[in-house]
Write a protein that binds this ligand. Structure first.
Ligand code: BGP
Length: 460
């Protein structure tokens, strides 16, 4: 074993409610924006199945958790669906949902797997989106009520909690670049939404502290994309810095340090895009920072200075300041088209160590999406050596970061079994297990056997 990880390292995988549960209309669940977008409003981008067609974890959790145990997971992340626990987003809890999440938690604990519970993974209850979603401060209070109820119901057995997964994604998709419902393109609203989610994060943390959960820790999960400049020219460096401010630090700084970077405030002020704030917000943010940070890492961001000046009369957008840059010779995932840059994981960790108080963290998502993965079927199982190499490459850099004093506690793959995705349905497969969508049969891929050994040896 050349790469041994610290004792108690968390090996596992990550999922989200909308992507695995299915049972979208069962047992009193309300609609969320994804149910609506795919079922009720013709999705104008894709001709794909919606979140009612999933691996059906709602009914198969018991066998799936046994599979997790079988491949050596000691931890597993799932999310609680707000619209399942509180249909409509407001009011009484749905007892059937309480039973389901209780069963999942109890089953995980019975198998020796620690539940990591996330509260919001892109799945706004439809009724709350209709009153403006995160644009509306009332939704913050309803979210805190939801969080409080979840802490109260499950906090006796769950100690690791997360407020949000990738809060920037609903901002980018729903308010800037038009790829998620509600398909608004308006940077002013986008910054308000981004800001309000961080207020919701702080308020949920504050509520969490009143629950005295044993060994309780609360965190946030951010997709950090290290922002690499094309060159060391001042203009390229500036472009990379601005991209970093918008896409990483606008969440990382308030979550971990309790305040926004001054440079970001200056840019927003200059362009008249400062969000509306309330008097007590500043103190609230300062006093309620996270205990732990989940880092989702898939690919870096490479940028260069803008080649042509943006139209000063056009609507303000973050990409006024930079262009994306495709580095010649970069390594690509040939089966999906994202860049693979394993060292990014190390750069993120060193940044957290040097600039964010070496906050306790873990890799909460990392993974390789592959199209038409059945082409790698051999004797009934998918021989995903490329995924093993991918994970190994990232773990090697994570191991080095830990060796240099970074406070990283675990690695979760995206994802446990092939699941439904927001934009691509089942096109990109990520799981340790493949899923036959007709029979719902699960089959372990080669990587599942490999990770089992890694977990057993706590290294490779
Ligand atoms: C992350 C999300 C996940 C998951 C993953 C893979 O951003 O947190 O929900 O979907 O990306 O991306 P995709 O499904 O688009 O391939």
């Amino acid at each position: 074993i050349t790469h041994k990880f610290p004792e108690g390292f968390w090996w596992g995988s990550a999922t989200s409610a909308t992507q695995i549960e299915g049972a979208a209309h069962e047992d009193g669940k309300g609609l969320n924006i994804w149910d609506y977008w795919y079922e009720k409003e013709p999705n104008r981008f894709f001709d794909e199945v919606g979140p009612q067609t999933t691996s059906d974890f709602y009914h198969t959790y018991k066998e799936d958790i046994a599979r997790m145990k079988e491949i050596g997971h000691n931890s597993f992340r799932f999310s609680i669906s707000w619209s399942r626990l509180i249909p409509g987003g407001e009011g009484e809890v749905n007892e059937k949902a309480v039973t389901f999440y209780n069963n999942v938690i109890d089953e995980l604990l019975a198998q020796g797997i620690e539940p990591f519970v996330n509260l919001f993974h892109f799945d706004m209850p439809l009724e709350l989106q209709e009153i403006g979603g995160w644009e509306n401060r009332k939704v913050i209070d309803l979210y805190v009520d939801f969080a409080n109820k979840a802490f109260g119901l499950f906090g006796d057995r769950v100690s690791k909690w997360f407020t949000f997964n990738e809060p920037i994604v609903p901002v980018e998709g729903g308010y800037l670049y038009d790829f998620h419902y509600p398909n608004i393109v308006d940077a002013k609203k986008a910054f308000q939404v981004a800001y309000n989610t961080m207020i919701a994060n702080a308020k949920a943390i504050k509520a969490f502290r009143n629950h005295s959960i044993k060994d309780g820790k609360i965190g946030i999960i951010l997709n950090l994309t290290p922002s690499y400049p094309r060159s060391q020219n001042p203009a390229d460096l500036k472009a990379a810095n601005i991209a970093d401010l918008f896409f990483n630090r606008s969440f990382l700084d308030p979550a971990v340090l309790g305040e926004y970077p001054k440079e970001l405030i200056d840019v927003l002020k200059e362009h008249g895009h400062l969000p509306t704030v309330e008097a007590e917000d500043k103190q609230l943010l300062k006093e309620n920072t996270v205990d732990i940070l989940g880092v989702n890492y898939y690919q870096p961001r490479r940028v260069k200075a803008k080649e042509s000046l943006p139209n000063p009369y056009g609507p303000f957008m973050p990409d006024w300041f930079f262009d994306n840059y495709e580095m010649p010779g970069r390594k690509m995932n040939p089966y999906r088209g994202w860049e693979i840059y394993e060292k990014g994981i190390y750069d993120i960790m060193i940044n957290l160590k040097e600039n964010y108080g070496n906050i306790e963290s873990f890799i909460s998502e990392n993974g390789m999406g592959v199209q038409n993965e059945e082409r790698f079927l051999k004797d009934g199982r998918i021989e995903d050596d490329y995924r093993i190499d991918f994970i190994k490459g990232h773990l090697t850099w994570l191991h080095k970061a830990i060796h240099e004093g970074c406070n990283a506690k675990g690695y979760h793959l995206w994802t446990f079994m092939d699941n439904w995705s927001w934009m691509n349905a089942y096109k990109n497969r990520y799981g340790f297990f493949s899923v036959n969508l007709e029979t719902k049969e699960r089959t372990a891929k080669k990587s599942a056997y490999w990770i089992k050994e890694v977990a057993k040896n706590n290294g490779f």
